[in-house]
Design a binder for this molecule. Structure first.
Ligand SMILES: NC(=O)c1ccc[n+]([C@@H]2O[C@H](COP(=O)([O-])OP(=O)(O)OC[C@H]3O[C@@H](n4cnc5c(N)ncnc54)[C@H](OP(=O)(O)O)[C@@H]3O)[C@@H](O)[C@H]2O)c1
Length: 325
């Protein structure tokens, strides 16, 4: 396995998780000093190259089975990294929350099948999110509408703040009758997160592509417990942003994802996921998917976490639970 962007805030936690599981991997990224520091800390081989360096990709991927791309914003990195994986016939996953890269992966379905590789953009937080969507879709007949609410805990990393602009700029997107549409009149919706009910803000989180791929549910709406950070800050100066929450801050709270599904007969079922906070859950999830691939468990072509692994992937995520509401 190769982890690109391994010196970033989340990339480093991904590399630490891979080490903890005893996986055989190397790391890469564009920042010489920071990559060497992580490589020494974890005692793993490293490569230093910019994302557009085709020869360096060829060399770094020559003996690899899977790439985790952790270098975001992914609109700047996914295209080159996926192209390198298609050429090297190496499975690709990233932790993007940016719709544009999901659509890019979707558009490369045929090429990924030809290369016999699995292509998942969004194998971070969306692993459990999508697993919940699949779980709910199995609880009603002919599911018609899925509403998902995401309760975030633990602040945001610098990379997430920057990337969230790519989500905020899209406006409110929903899926209606199988098509992605803008919803100018979207209203807040209250979700139960077990201990509390929270009014969440309409926010396209990627389920309109990923969970649609996993479940074929024709109507999907998504909500977030907070304003996206890009909408909360007038100036996104990367120099003034924190790297991300500390280990202690990450451990002090939990994430929750709440979903509601409506069947053709009008039956409504609700369930939620209770999970570690985001920057702990994302590395656990990305490495769980990579580990499945390393064990030859994959489907070729464009996939979502749910289309590849269903809700069963939750068994690979420690301290993560589905609760039927
Ligand atoms: N939805 C999820 O599951 C989830 C969860 C967590 C994070 N994320 C996403 O993951 C991404 C990384 O987050 P983070 O917290 O790790 O941010 P970060 O600390 O800013 O790290 C980003 C890393 O990517 C590298 N990078 C950025 N642009 C690059 C480019 N054009 N070419 C090569 N390398 C590049 C950076 O290198 P330099 O240091 O050289 O700039 C850095 O190593 C963000 O897009 C964030 O939204 C998603």
């Amino acid at each position: 396995m190769l982890i690109y962007g391994a010196a970033g805030y989340t990339g480093k936690i991904i590399a630490e998780r891979a080490k903890e599981l005893g996986l055989d991997f190397e790391i890469a990224g564009r920042g010489e000093d920071s990559i060497i520091e992580v490589a020494h800390e974890l005692s793993v081989p490293y490569h230093i190259f910019t994302v557009d360096d085709e020869n360096a990709w060829k060399k770094a991927l020559s003996d690899k089975h899977v790439l985790i791309n952790a270098a975001g914003p992914f609109t700047n990195t996914a295209k080159s990294a996926i192209e390198a994986c298609l050429k090297a016939k190496v499975h690709y996953l990233d932790i993007s929350a940016e719709m544009e890269t999901y659509q890019l992966a979707e558009s490369l379905d045929d090429r990924a099948k030809e290369a016999n590789i699995q292509l998942i953009s969004g194998a971070g937080l969306f692993v459990s999110y999508d697993a919940l969507a699949v779980h709910l879709s199995q609880l009603v007949d002919e599911p018609q509408k899925l509403s998902m609410g995401f309760q975030h805990y633990g602040g945001f990393s610098k990379g997430s703040v920057l990337s969230s602009k790519n989500i905020a700029d899209l406006g409110i997107l929903v899926r209606r009758n199988d098509e992605i549409q803008k919803d100018k009149d979207a209203q807040p919706k209250t979700f139960s997160f077990g201990k509390e009910d929270i009014e969440c803000i309409p926010t396209p989180l990627g389920g309109i592509i990923l969970s649609y791929k996993s479940t074929d549910i024709p109507n999907i709406e998504e909500y977030f417990s907070l304003k996206l950070p890009a909408l909360s800050q007038s100036e996104l100066d990367p120099n003034n942003l924190p790297d991300g929450p500390t280990k202690e801050e990450r451990a002090a709270g939990r994430n929750a994802i709440s979903g509601e599904i409506v069947g053709k007969d009008g039956k409504i079922v609700r369930a939620m996921i209770d999970a570690p906070s985001g920057y702990t859950l994302t590395p656990i999830s990305a490495v769980a998917v990579a580990n499945r691939i390393l064990n030859n468990d994959f489907k070729t072509g464009f996939q979502s976490p749910g289309s590849a692994y269903g809700s069963g992937i939750l068994n690979d995520l420690p301290d993560t639970y589905v609760i039927n509401l």
